[in-house]
Design a protein around this ligand. Sequence first.
Ligand code: SF4
Length: 136
Amino acid sequence: MADPGLFDAAAYQVEPAPVEKVSADRRRAQRQAAAIAAGWHPLGLALGRHLRLHPDAPRSDDRTTPGPRCGSCWYREVLGHHNRSYGKCTVEDGARISNGAGTDVRRWWPACRDYSPGDPQLSADAARYIPEAVHA
Ligand code: SF4
């Protein structure tokens, strides 16, 4: 004979809320956004050290806020690897470059303290030409 038990437990069982799966790329983007809000450059996360933002760089991931950004920095270069291209920071003789996605430098990122304005399509001397500084 089956044990009838004290009560029907099925009526009190609750379905667990679905756990949102977040990809590694999404988690990295969230950590990078938090670093920017705290005044640190997101590349520092991959380097394992704090990398201060440029004093004029925006402190949010709002891509329309004016200020210096990695995309206009002379040190950001697009490097090829296995038929793909990756934006990397070439300052510090390549110490900021790895094969991992963590050292990919987004053009919209707020600039770090080492920002140097220039167009990477130009020669190094031409890229450092800043008209405002000459005529000021
Ligand atoms: S040196 Fe330039 S490219 Fe490199 S992280 Fe700083 S602003 Fe970005």
